[in-house]
Design a protein around this ligand. Structure first.
Ligand SMILES: Cc1cc2nc3c(=O)[nH]c(=O)nc-3n(C[C@H](O)[C@H](O)[C@H](O)COP(=O)(O)OP(=O)(O)OC[C@H]3O[C@@H](n4cnc5c(N)ncnc54)[C@H](O)[C@@H]3O)c2cc1C
Length: 482
């Protein structure tokens, strides 16, 4: 029997970032991954939102140095790019980088921080009680944990066995995908009857995407090279040799969202919680976003320091985000399929307008995430990485979150007595008009102090996001009890 605090099923982007976040917070974490080796690379981009989040732990810089920057966000169904230059982000670009490389970096960090990653371990069954979860893997070994998180992909065993519904719409099409070598130029190659083959550059090979004329009833039927070859030749009306296949598969446009992200001691993150059309190349990014939201909340819950209801805010915040992602990826597909329709025309006009272009870029990348609408423009949003001066040293806001703990950044020098209820960092800033700002560990703003308003509302925010507020700072009837 193997004992741990949190058992994670699945070592994809969601499972690995979650493991790193939990380990950073000192939570005993074990990841069981079915596969012995990392599979062939599926995704190839980190968007601005992911880079902003990873920067809060010092993880973005190395990836940015390795990847290829593109100044726009991927989108389907619009004729031009969505520019990121004016978007609300510290990283106004998409980063071309293999998903497998991102996973390697996250895995190394998780292991360095003390997480255990067991490959070749497939979770088969589990039961949960009020005290914990008992899981069994393929060889009969059992794992006892306080919480189980299903990061085990779209066909999640954890989701199915928990009985969590996965409502949504079935796929209507399953294009063929082949990572191969061939002489086709990058971009769209049209055939004589208007059908097309899409050719996307990849390191040392190309990714071919083509609609299948006669797809099998079971979309998981293996795709042999001669099937892809025949379809490409049929669409182009000529033979173009495909060589050296690395990966041959089908993908679909199904859109489904788990009805609950938490059931007792079992949680879901990443593709286990949502699947959607590939529009906007968002999958890895949403998986990271879920994990980043869940990690600190689950860690505080395991440590017994979490405020009441903190763990449930994971469902509240990320299920709502999942709904928006399903809606906007489906909308992109609808635009692509209906490009002569009035709605597509309207959206093209919106995208051609600088403000509309920016709004669409922020929606599609998730940069518009706001968990607490209203009040100061920073409230509920990821605080921008503004330059700061702390202890006479030039630094920046994201650097204050490296430890993964909540922080009260004190711009006015009048919040020192909130320590040790929350870590207070006195900082000078020439860009912020606030007296102080309470940052959750994920960098989202839990409270923003307007100048002249003292600490009104701060006790509630600390109570809600950090934990118990000492009596000396507790608010009673709008005033402070001292
Ligand atoms: C063709 C294609 C192209 C894509 N391109 C992009 C892109 O450009 N950008 C982008 O952001 N996203 C892209 N995606 C989506 C992206 O790959 C996924 O959304 C992302 O990998 C989801 O991460 P995850 O951690 O939730 O799940 P996964 O990466 O699927 O990881 C789940 C893991 O769980 C393991 N597992 C499953 N069952 C068990 C079990 N019972 N026990 C133990 N382990 C288990 C699996 O082996 C797997 O390693 C693409 C997807 C496809 C199919």
């Amino acid at each position: 029997m193997h004992e741990t605090d949190v058992l994670i099923a699945g070592a994809g982007p969601a499972g690995l970032l979650l493991a790193a976040e939990l380990a950073l917070a000192g939570v005993r974490t074990t990841v069981v991954e079915r596969l012995r080796e990392r599979p062939h690379c599926r995704g190839f981009n980190l968007n601005s939102r992911s880079l902003d989040l990873l920067a809060r732990r010092g993880l973005a810089e190395g990836l940015v140095a390795e990847g290829h920057q593109v100044p726009h966000a991927p989108v389907t169904g619009l004729p031009g790019p969505l520019l990121l230059a004016d978007a609300a982000t510290d990283h106004p670009f998409s980063l071309g980088i293999p998903q497998t490389r991102v996973e390697e970096v996250l895995e190394a960090r998780a292991i360095e921080l003390g997480a255990e990653i067991l490959r070749g371990h497939e979770l088969r069954t589990f039961t949960q009680s009020p005290d914990g979860v008992s899981a069994t893997i393929h060889n009969g070994q059992t794992f006892e944990a306080r919480y189980l998180v299903g990061c085990d992909g779209g066909r999640s065993t954890v989701r199915k066995q928990t009985g969590i519904g996965f409502p949504g719409v079935d796929a209507r099409w399953f294009p063929l995908l082949g990572d191969v070598e061939c002489e086709l130029p990058y971009g769209v190659s049209a055939g004589p009857d208007g059908r097309s083959v899409y050719v996307i550059p990849r390191p040392g090979y190309v990714r071919i995407i083509v609609r299948e004329d006669d797809p099998p009833a079971d979309k998981y039927t293996p795709v042999p090279l001669d099937r892809l070859q025949a379809q490409v030749d049929a669409v182009l009306g000529r033979h173009v040799e495909l060589r050296a296949p690395r990966w041959l598969t089908r993908f679909g446009d199904a859109a489904r969202l788990a009805s609950r992200y938490r059931e007792g001691r079992v949680l879901l993150a990443g593709d286990a919680a949502h699947i959607h059309p590939p529009a906007g190349a968002i999958g890895v990014n949403v998986a990271l976003d879920d994990a980043f939201n869940l990690g600190w909340k689950l860690a505080a819950t395991v440590h017994g320091t979490a405020p009441n209801g903190l763990l449930d805010t994971y469902h509240d915040e990320r299920h709502a985000a999942g709904e928006r992602i399903l809606a906007n990826t489906r909308a992109q597909v609808a635009l692509a399929e209906d490009d002569e329709a009035p709605l597509a025309d309207l959206m093209r006009r919106v995208a051609a307008h600088p403000a509309g272009n920016r709004a669409l870029a922020e929606i599609i990348t998730g940069l518009d995430a706001c968990y607490e609408p209203g009040g100061h423009p920073w409230l509920g949003r990821l605080a921008p990485d503004v330059p700061l001066r702390v202890d006479e040293v030039e630094t920046h806001l994201a650097a204050l979150l490296r430890s993964g703990r909540p922080v009260l950044v004190d711009f006015s020098g009048s919040f020192a007595d909130w320590s040790p209820s929350v870590e207070v960092i006195a900082a000078g800033s020439s860009t912020s008009d606030l007296s102080a700002v309470l940052l959750r560990p994920d960098g989202h703003v839990a409270w923003a102090g307007a100048p002249g308003c003292g600490d009104e509302g701060l006790a509630d925010a600390v109570h809600r996001w950090v934990g118990k507020v000492p009596r000396s700072l507790a608010v009673s009837g709008g005033g402070r009890v001292t």
